[in-house]
Structures are given as structure tokens and as C-alpha cells.
Design a protein around this ligand. Structure first.
Ligand SMILES: Cc1cc2nc3c(=O)[nH]c(=O)nc-3n(C[C@H](O)[C@H](O)[C@H](O)COP(=O)(O)OP(=O)(O)OC[C@H]3O[C@@H](n4cnc5c(N)ncnc54)[C@H](O)[C@@H]3O)c2cc1C
Length: 493
């Protein structure tokens, strides 16, 4: 079989191992180089990304670059619009084929369509694969051939498809065997690339990526529980599986003071780990589980992986979700959008301890526990009467794992504007704190100025003025606000 000169374009698959598109490219190419494009549309700190996520991306790219060099080729890191850069690069190095793994976000789908047309016009071959999800969304349809809108039936179909198609276990072994070496470009070609007007950085020196990514650097990397890079992600998965944390996941996953979830969300978002590796990890844990309780725990974790796939499917099938509520009635909700309340929420200064602890966790560590994401989202929408899209955007601008589909899904679920059939879910922050932070450890960790308050008072948010230190009084009364919310909700058509 004739082998070609090819480019592999990394996007949300910042890994060498177990990468379907890269595996196919390496099998079929005479020369192969990698490219990553720092796309300003995806790296906008005011809209689409956060400093924490840029840190995770930058560290992961540095490792990926080293891994390409170890394999005998290189990873170019370009800075600009992929629509211009991918064709230009293909031109410059005379690549005959371009490979990549597809994504499901509307912007990426449209962008890729334009790039594919351009490359095809130039008589280049484009090969794309789906490697971001365990099950391809095209294959998950109801009996009426429609996309699923409800998680329960989606999950049953998803697990059924996995069990009946046995994933790509054979491919996995093959991929690792065939990955020994790539043949890159020769020195003369690399030099001429360097001298071209392509905007890129091909240096081994860290400083150039630093300049691109870290102008506004995320400081608290030690507080962020998500570990960047391919090796960091694999370690994180192994730790979760082998330390047996997974075996008690269904009991401990809701306790935000414990580190008992996998913290793999950022790795899954940028693909420093494959969804197959994660799935295989869960199966390995299942095989060595010793009792029913452990199996149930592992299955609860698998159900979370399925939530991720559910939201990706939802966005893929209903791209309009990106723009607003699934339930159109919500377009008429009379949001009060009080800026001072939003600022208090964003800065962890609402005077409601569990909400403030969670928002401070986000601000300092770039990550927030899932239980707390639900609490603060409900509070913003149903207590503060602020449009959930403000919260959605704030999360994207601060989370290390910000992901359009999961974030939008989580916010629409909390706001009751999404596909979820239960429309009126209101969290009482004090009851949530009592149930999930019963010793007040989480609150004390993130709001140290309240560490002297007795646990019952801390959980109930009843702090007398003399004991408050600098901590603010509650900005609202939960009971009053939620009854206003209910009235406003019943008034919309
Ligand atoms: C308002 C709101 C916003 C959210 N925004 C995001 C986001 O931007 N990015 C993101 O990855 N997750 C988001 N989530 C989902 C969830 O909170 C995180 O995925 C989870 O906390 C990550 O921690 P973990 O990796 O330790 O998860 P684990 O509990 O170990 O779960 C394993 C994996 O399953 C997936 N997952 C778990 N729970 C969910 C869920 N409810 N929805 C979708 N996927 C899930 C994640 O990929 C996660 O890494 C959001 C949830 C809410 C309520």
C-alpha cells in the first residue's frame, strides 16, 4: 500500500497513546508531523476558556511535544485561525493527507467543514475519526430513530451498545504495538518551515509556549486537583482505580470535603486520556471487585461517564442548546439580574457559607465539586433570580474542565430549563450543607475566617455579628426568594 506524507491535527486529544486518528495516520504515512493550533476562538479568556484551563492546556502541550520528539518527529504549535493555518501548513510541507479526530461542538463542526472543503479542493485527503466519546452519537437513537432527550433511556441504550460491541479492545493493543516510531521532516524542511511566514513555534524551549499561553498565568496549580498531561492523567486514573476509591464512590462522591472523585474531567475534556482508557479502567475495577457494594459503586461512576456522553449527544443533536434554554418558555422568565448579587456570588461573599465555600474553591483551585456545582447553580438561579447563562459563562471563565456540553447541560439541569423532565428543582443550601458537609469541614477549609463557628451554626448560616469577623451577612433570605421565584415561574407562558 502506498504511504503518504501526512499531518495529524491534535485538538481535544492531547495524547499519543490510544488515539484512533493518530494510530491510523501513523499506520498509513511515510512522513508524519503533528500540529496543534492555538485557536483564538477557543482561547478567549472572556468567553470560552479560563486561566486554569490554559495552564492545563499549556502543560499538556509541552508534554505532547516531547512525546512527538521521542517518537522521531515533531509537534508544531501554531497560533491563529485554523481555517487559514491548516491549508497553509499542508501546502508548505506538501502533505497529501490530513488526519484528525472529530469534535461535536457547533463551532468546531462548522470550522472543520470549511477546512475539509478547502483541503479537498487542493486535492488533499482528509481522514477523520470519532474518538472523544465511548459511543458515537450517530449510533445512539431511540426506536423511532430520534435522539434521546432523557438520560435514563439514553443510559440503557448506551450501556447496551457498549456491551454488544465490545469497544475497541483489540485496537487498543494494536495501537500500542504499532506506535514505536514516526518519520518526521528532515532538518532542511524544518528550517524552511521556520523561515516561512507561518505563525508557529517549534522550539523545545518552554518560554515560547509560556508567552502564548501564560500571559495571565494561573497561580494555584497546587490547589487544582486535575493533573495535566498524558502521564499525569494516566496516573490519576490508576490512582482512582487502584487505591480503591472507586469502590466506595457511590457513598463518598457527594461529600465535597473528601477527595473521592476521579478529577478526570479536565483530562477527558482535552483528551489527555482516552475515553476508552477510562472505560477500561472501570471494567478492570469491576473485575476485581469483591462484593455487590463495590460493583454498585463502580456502576455509579460509569453512570457519570454516561452523563458526560449524554450531554455531548444533546449538544451534537440540538446545537441550539448553546444559545439558550431547551424549554423555550424560559426565554420569557423575568430575570432580575442584580449585578451586586452576581458579584457577591462570583466572589464567594453571599453570606451563605456552603455557597461561598464552593465559589471560593472554584476561584482558588479552578475546580469545584459536583455537589457544590449543583448547589451554587440552583442558588444563582432560584435564590438570586439571575439568568443561568451568566453562571454558565462564569464557570467557563474559571473552570479548569470547562466544557460547553457538560457545563451547558449542568446549568440547564439546575435551572430546570433543559431536557430533564422534572422542571422545579430548588436546593435549600442549608439542608444541602447539613446533608453533605455535616462536620463543616469543606466550609471551614474554604472560608477560614469562619473556622471558629460551631458546626450547627455554620451549616445553618446562623452567625452572630460578634463572630462574623469580615464575613458578610446573608444577602438574601432563602425562603422569601424562592417563593418569589415560584411566583415568577408560574407567571411565564
Ligand atoms: C452547573 C454544572 C456545571 C458543570 N460544568 C462542567 C464542565 O464545564 N465540565 C465538566 O467536565 N463537567 C461539568 N459538570 C459536571 C461535573 O460537575 C464534573 O464533571 C465533575 O464534578 C468532575 O469531577 P470528576 O472528574 O472528579 O468527576 P467524577 O465524579 O470522577 O466523574 C467521572 C467523569 O464523569 C463525567 N461527569 C461526572 N459528572 C458529570 C455530570 N453531572 N455531567 C457531565 N459529566 C459528568 C466527567 O467527565 C467526570 O470526569 C458540571 C455540573 C454542573 C451541575
Amino acid at each position: 500500500m502506498t504511504k503518504f506524507r501526512s499531518i495529524f491535527w491534535h485538538r481535544r486529544d492531547l495524547r499519543i497513546e490510544d488515539n484512533i486518528g493518530l494510530f491510523e495516520a501513523s499506520k498509513n504515512s511515510k512522513n508524519l508531523i503533528g500540529v496543534y493550533v492555538l485557536d483564538p476562538n477557543l482561547l478567549n479568556l472572556n468567553r470560552t476558556t479560563s486561566e486554569a484551563k490554559n495552564w492545563f492546556l499549556g502543560e499538556s502541550l509541552l508534554e505532547l511535544q516531547k512525546n512527538w520528539e521521542r517518537r522521531g518527529s515533531c509537534l508544531l504549535i501554531l497560533n491563529g485561525d485554523p481555517i487559514k493555518l491548516i491549508s497553509k501548513l499542508a501546502d508548505l510541507i506538501k502533505a497529501e493527507c490530513i488526519y484528525w479526530n472529530e469534535n461535536i461542538e457547533p463551532y468546531e463542526i462548522n470550522r472543520d467543514k470549511i477546512i475539509t472543503e478547502q483541503l479537498s479542493k487542493d486535492k488533499r485527503k482528509v481522514y477523520t475519526f470519532l474518538d472523544q466519546l465511548i459511543v458515537n452519537p450517530i449510533n445512539i437513537k431511540t426506536n423511532n430513530h430520534e435522539p434521546y432527550k432523557v438520560y435514563g433511556p439514553f443510559y440503557r441504550k448506551w450501556i447496551d451498545l457498549i456491551n454488544t460491541t465490545s469497544l475497541s479492545a483489540n485496537n487498543l493493543i494494536q495501537i500500542q504495538k504499532n506506535y514505536e516510531k514516526f518519520v518526521g521532516l528532515n532538518d532542511r524542511e524544518l528550517l524552511s518551515l521556520k523561515n516561512s511566514n507561518l505563525n508557529y513555534c517549534i522550539t523545545k524551549k518552554r518560554i515560547s509556549i509560556d508567552n502564548l499561553l501564560f500571559s495571565n498565568r494561573f497561580k494555584n496549580t497546587n490547589l487544582c486537583p486535575c493533573k495535566p498531561g498524558e502521564s499525569g492523567s494516566i496516573k490519576q486514573l490508576n490512582l482512582f482505580i487502584h487505591s480503591e476509591v472507586i469502590n466506595s464512590y457511590n457513598k463518598s462522591r457527594d461529600i465535597p470535603s473528601l477527595e473521592t472523585t476521579s478529577h478526570l474531567s479536565a483530562a477527558l475534556n482535552l483528551g489527555t486520556i482516552s475515553c476508552r482508557a477510562v472505560w477500561n479502567g472501570s471494567q478492570m475495577a469491576r473485575n476485581i471487585a469483591t462484593d455487590e457494594h463495590q460493583i454498585n459503586s463502580i456502576d455509579s461512576w460509569i453512570k457519570e461517564l454516561a452523563w458526560r456522553e449524554f450531554y455531548q449527544n444533546a449538544l451534537f443533536n440540538f446545537p441550539e442548546l448553546e444559545k439558550g434554554p431547551y424549554r423555550e418558555k424560559w426565554l420569557n422568565f423575568p430575570w432580575q439580574n442584580k449585578h451586586s448579587w452576581f458579584e457577591a456570588w462570583a466572589n464567594g461573599l453571599t453570606g451563605i457559607p456552603i455557597v461561598d465555600a464552593a465559589m471560593r474553591q472554584l476561584k482558588h483551585s479552578g475546580w469545584m465539586h459536583n455537589r457544590c456545582r449543583m448547589i451554587v447553580a440552583s442558588f444563582l438561579v432560584k435564590d438570586l433570580l439571575i439568568d443561568w447563562r451568566w453562571g454558565e459563562l462564569f464557570f467557563m471563565k474559571n473552570l479548569v474542565d470547562g466544557d460547553l456540553a457538560s457545563n451547558n447541560g449542568g446549568w440547564q439541569w439546575s435551572a430546570s430549563s433543559g431536557m430533564d423532565p422534572k422542571p422545579m428543582r430548588i436546593f435549600n443550601p442549608f439542608r444541602q450543607a447539613t446533608k453533605f458537609d455535616e462536620d463543616g469541614n469543606y466550609i471551614r477549609k474554604w472560608i477560614p475566617e469562619l473556622s471558629h463557628i460551631s458546626t450547627p451554626n455554620l451549616l445553618a448560616g446562623e452567625i452572630i455579628p460578634e463572630e462574623r469577623n469580615s464575613y458578610p451577612k446573608p444577602i438574601i433570605n432563602h425562603k422569601n426568594q424562592t417563593s418569589i421565584f415560584k411566583e415568577l415561574y408560574s407567571s411565564i407562558k
